[in-house]
Design a protein around this ligand. Structure first.
Ligand code: GDP
Ligand code: MG
Length: 457
């Protein structure tokens, strides 16, 4: 999906003019890619309509006055925003708080990855200083408690279950009561997801829910079941009103679009993605970075985390950089420094996907080829003056009386000539920088997702 969406956006960059025909062709490509990865037909139709309306409104508002670059940006942003809307129901999921017991109950059909995910969650929270444990309330499957015991032992988290008790409600209540008394912070309740009859399964979940009063119920959805994910989520939502979704098996060939549709159908946020069978194969999910990465536009959050890790090596420099990123004050010079850092770090392909604004096709081919392309970006910035490098790119724009950009200045031509690249390449680089700077700004702010994430840790 990512490769196709990125290819569609790249073709936008190559189109000499951005008119309605180009927009229609682009939307057709984007929609085809979404449908192919199992996103609900209705949602796709809505997205197409919304993007068209938005672009039209923006262009009538004067964004088309100048050069094509502005129109391109408007189109790109509209598509980006609408894709984010797809995976963002606008609801804040529950966040475990320290110093109290947070009960999390996992529901979902058998085989979706509940037991695996429960352990991953316990490890995730344990790493962040929450005393975590697992209660196995699956009495349906014979080996269920053994599975929990083994994986919990491997993960070094506490667990509770029984070989003899057959009532899942009793076990759940006992386990949660025991761990609450022992002052555990995060208590995860794993359920069976199977019964002789479906209605019995839902009844059992309701009863377990009443017994343990979860702070958050999480639906575990398997990405590999495609479009069926939506119906499954709807059915569960009715009886076990879950407040968050975790999508598992995103590492396989799963298309993931079914899970995206499930978010819209149940208006419930995704909080994590399962990306493998190992204990650490759990990725935090946030709409903006997810779509950004999908489109090859980088992952500010991943980048910040990476920079924080690097901060231990070169504390002062990196701290300053992280601060700038948070405040949305990253200049072209800072951005270039990040690209250079990445080039020195290697292996390129792994880290470069996190750098905002690096188009995905930059990373295709071998690491050597990718580094040649990154070097071209450095050449371009090498031809900029100090003032240009320290700017936020606005020096390269012509500005109208209404404060909106109307075109690009002679500086672009000068930089292209000086670096032995083309005007188009310089334009592309500026556009990517602008996209990144915008996202960084949104990530900063008091209510930005960056703040939300940092509060959680
Ligand atoms: P449950 O029946 O819902 O408890 O599902 P399990 O946790 O037992 O998982 C079912 C199977 O899916 C197991 O073989 C897991 O290893 C596998 N699985 C779970 N999550 C993931 C994931 O994110 N990626 C992959 N590749 N496999 C997973
Ligand atoms: Mg299980």
């Amino acid at each position: 999906l990512g490769r196709k969406l990125n290819a569609a956006l790249q073709s936008l960059n190559r189109a000499p003019v951005v008119d309605e025909k180009v927009l229609d062709a682009l939307l057709k490509e984007v929609c085809a890619a979404l449908l192919e990865s199992d996103v609900n037909v209705k949602l796709v139709a809505q997205l197409r309509q919304k993007v068209k309306t938005k672009v039209k409104a923006a262009l009538e508002g004067g964004a088309d006055k100048g050069k094509e670059q502005n129109r391109r940006f408007v189109v790109q942003k509209a598509i980006f925003d609408e894709l984010v809307q797809l995976v963002d129901p606008g609801i804040e999921p529950y966040k475990p708080k320290k110093g109290q017991s947070n009960v999390i109950m996992a529901v979902g059909l058998q085989g979706n990855g509940k037991t695996t995910t429960c352990t991953k969650l316990a490890v995730y929270y344990q790493k962040r200083g929450f005393k975590s444990c697992i209660v196995c309330a699956d009495t349906f499957r014979a080996g269920a408690f053994d599975q929990t015991r083994q994986s919990a032992t491997k993960a070094k988290v506490a667990y509770f279950g029984s070989y003899t008790e057959t009532d899942p409600v009793t076990i759940a209540a006992q386990g949660v009561a025991k761990f609450k008394k022992e002052r555990f912070d995060v208590i995860i309740v794993d359920t069976s997801g199977r019964h002789k009859q479906e209605s019995e399964l839902f009844k059992e979940m309701v009863q377990i829910g009443e017994a343990v009063k979860p702070n958050m119920t999480v639906m575990i959805l398997d990405a590999s079941i495609g479009q069926a994910a939506e119906a499954q989520a709807r059915a569960f939502k009715e009886s076990a009103d879950f407040g968050a979704i975790i999508v598992t098996k995103m590492d396989g060939h799963a298309k993931g679009g079914g899970a995206i549709s499930a978010v819209a159908a149940t208006k419930t946020p995704i909080i994590f993605l399962g990306v493998g069978e190992h204990l650490n194969d759990l990725e935090k999910f946030s709409p903006q970075p997810f779509i950004s990465k999908l489109l090859g536009m980088g992952d500010v959050q991943g980048l910040v985390e990476h920079m924080q890790e690097m901060a231990t090596q070169n504390p002062d420099k990196q701290k300053e950089m992280a601060k700038k990123l948070e405040e949305g004050k990253l200049s072209i010079r800072d951005w270039r420094e990040q690209i250079q850092n990445v080039m020195n770090m290697g292996p390129l392909s792994k880290i470069a996907s996190m750098i905002p604004g690096l188009p995905q096709d930059l990373l295709q081919g071998s690491d050597d080829e990718a580094s040649v392309r990154m070097k071209r970006m450095i050449y371009i910035t090498d031809s900029m003056t100090a003032a240009e490098l320290d700017s936020d790119g606005s020096l390269f724009m012509e500005w109208g009386k209404d404060g909106k950009p109307t075109g690009l200045t002679w500086r672009v031509t000068r930089v292209a000539r000086g670096s032995g690249t083309s005007v188009r390449e310089v334009e592309d680089l500026l556009c990517q920088y602008r996209m990144m700077a915008n996202m960084a700004k949104q990530a900063g702010g008091k209510n930005g997702w960056l703040q939300a994430i940092q509060k959680m840790q």
